[in-house]
Design a protein around this ligand. Structure first.
Ligand SMILES: [Cu+2]
Length: 97
């Protein structure tokens, strides 16, 4: 009777590092403004679970200028963001139809 519990406990234990290593899911947002020169984008975004941020409109830095190519205000996007201190940096950005 105790074996299934033990297996469940071991399975849970060993799956933890895998979950920690998995990339965070993309967050949803809508582009408000693109500032290519400053490498910044203003997004109205939904909740971002990976950094515990509620929905809001804010300015993000982008990791590289190419991320902003073909992106314009009004478009819906999915994105990945990394927090470095008090900086929020978009590392992945995809326009969604
Ligand atoms: Cu925010």
């Amino acid at each position: 009777m105790k074996k299934p519990l033990l297996i469940a406990a071991l399975t849970a234990l060993f799956s933890l590092p895998l979950q920690a290593a998995a990339p965070a899911p993309l967050s949803q947002g809508e582009v408000r403004k693109v500032d290519a020169a400053a490498q910044k984008i203003t997004l109205r975004h939904g909740p971002i679970a990976s950094i515990g941020m509620p929905p809001m409109t804010m300015v993000f830095e982008v990791e590289k200028p190419e991320l902003l190519e073909g992106v314009s205000a009004g478009e819906k996007v999915k994105f990945q963001v990394q927090q470095q201190g008090n900086r929020y940096i978009v590392t992945e950005l995809q326009v969604v139809e």
